[in-house]
Write a protein that binds this ligand. Structure first.
Ligand SMILES: *Cc1c(COP(=O)(O)O)cnc(C)c1O
Length: 412
């Protein structure tokens, strides 16, 4: 594809060469991949890291005295340091490797059942992914704690006045996403954290959707927990991170028992390992962790500011073009949003639109996006969601717009 220059001067043509998958065809058409909010594509640099690991130094970590084990351990711990630096955690043992965001949230929710009492309150937002709702409902069922919900506004932002009203000395924990995966809304997390801390509540930010676009500084935010998934930021699936402030990670009981998380084991009593190993039972996704480090190197090599500026260029371009289609409504129109566009056309079913444009090589997400409460708010079964990454182009957006128009004509 011939790619025009961009307003922000982003060299997308060079970037695209790093992603082998972008040159494949789907159903006879060049792939236009606009499902980046579900999972991102993988650059050659990360693929090479994975191949290198299995070709040269695949071994279990922390256990062997042999050279391969030490090389694997070093590379894994090196990745932890890269992640610490990227999110500016104060200490590397505040970085816990997990299988992803869902695992990280479950780890915290499960641990809080030891710290929360009947009648105490936890607060979620109406904008959440199911993985930041269900674990807390399970916590409330187990403990008798009460789940309160910050309502949303029509434009897909949170009602911050209502949030203020929900806070009290009963509030123990607030958990919201930094960026909504269904609508792309960037939430006012600094204000949420300040207000929650004002009543002595801890805050967990689900950063799965923010981390590919915004470089969060956990110390500057003063957030208590932050979760990310590598596969949404150019890394592999099955690996992610829980950041937790040391004081909180010390208070939480271990999540799973097993190897690696113990100090001593007898049948009478087991003592637990220090952080971070206390939360890392069993053989982890070693290769995945190392590849996550490589993905951060790759993205930082391009620069998060450049990525965000270019993605906004794509977002603005696509928004204007989409709104020219009669009967099209965009859900989520916050001033602060990432490059996600959720929409419907009249009463056409999102699934039908998605199926037709897939035949033309365009990949988007359709459905409720694991955020049914958001869909319930708008009284719709789902949306079509196009989500852009820094390796997408305006030419691809043109192809997508034409495909959507064709789908509309066929269906109406
Ligand atoms: C993707 C996503 C999750 C779930 O992440 P997994 O990698 O599936 O564990 C949670 N929250 C948000 C906002 C997401 O976008």
């Amino acid at each position: 594809m011939k790619v025009a220059s961009t307003e922000t001067g982003f060299d997308v043509e060079t970037v695209r060469k790093d992603f082998p998958i972008l040159s494949r065809k789907v159903n006879g058409y060049p792939l236009v991949y606009f499902d980046n909010a579900a999972t991102s594509q993988t650059p050659q640099q990360v693929i090479d890291t994975i191949v290198d690991y299995y070709s040269r130094y695949n071994a279990n970590i922390h256990r062997g005295v042999h050279s391969l084990s030490q090389e694997a351990t070093d590379a894994y711990e090196q990745a932890r340091l890269k992640i610490r630096k990227h999110f500016n955690a104060a200490k590397s043992h505040e970085i816990i490797f997990t299988a992803g965001t869902t695992h990280a949230i479950n780890l915290v929710a499960s641990g809080f059942s030891a710290l929360i009492k009947e009648g105490e309150e936890v607060i979620v937002s109406a904008l959440e992914h199911h993985s930041n709702i269900v674990p807390w409902q399970m916590l409330c069922e187990k403990t008798g704690a009460v789940l309160k919900v910050i309502p949303m506004n029509d434009n897909g932002t949170l009602n911050m006045n209502e949030f203020q009203n929900l806070l009290s000395e009963k509030t123990k924990l607030v958990f919201v996403n930094h960026v909504s995966n269904a609508l792309g809304t960037v939430n006012p997390v600094k204000e949420i954290i300040e207000k929650a801390h004002g009543v002595g509540a801890a805050v967990l930010l689900d950063g799965a959707q923010a981390a590919p676009h915004i470089k969060a500084d956990v110390q500057e935010l003063d957030v208590d927990f932050y979760t990310v998934s590598a596969h949404k930021m150019c890394g592999p699936t099955g690996v992610g991170v829980l950041y937790g402030k040391e004081e909180w990670l010390k208070k939480l009981p271990p999540y799973q028992g097993g190897g690696e998380m113990i100090s001593t084991v007898t049948f009478e009593k087991t003592t637990y390992a220090d952080l971070p190993h206390k939360f890392e039972a069993g053989t982890p996704n070693i290769c995945g962790g190392i590849a996550f480090g490589a993905a951060l190197d790759y993205m930082n090599g391009i620069g998060f500011e450049k990525i965000a500026a270019y993605e906004h260029e794509l977002l603005d371009y696509a928004t204007v073009k989409l709104l020219e289609i009669e009967g099209l409504r965009i859900y989520g129109t916050s001033e602060e949003k990432t490059a996600v566009i959720s929409f419907n056309i009249g009463d056409l079913h999102p699934y039908d639109i998605g199926t037709i444009i897939d035949k033309l090589g365009v990949a988007v997400r359709t459905g409720h996006h694991c955020a049914q409460p958001v869909m319930d708010y708008y009284k719709i079964p789902g949306t079509v969601r196009a989500s852009f990454a820094f390796y997408n182009t305006k030419e691809e957006i043109d192809i997508f717009i034409e495909a959507v128009k064709r789908a509309k004509n066929m269906l109406s």
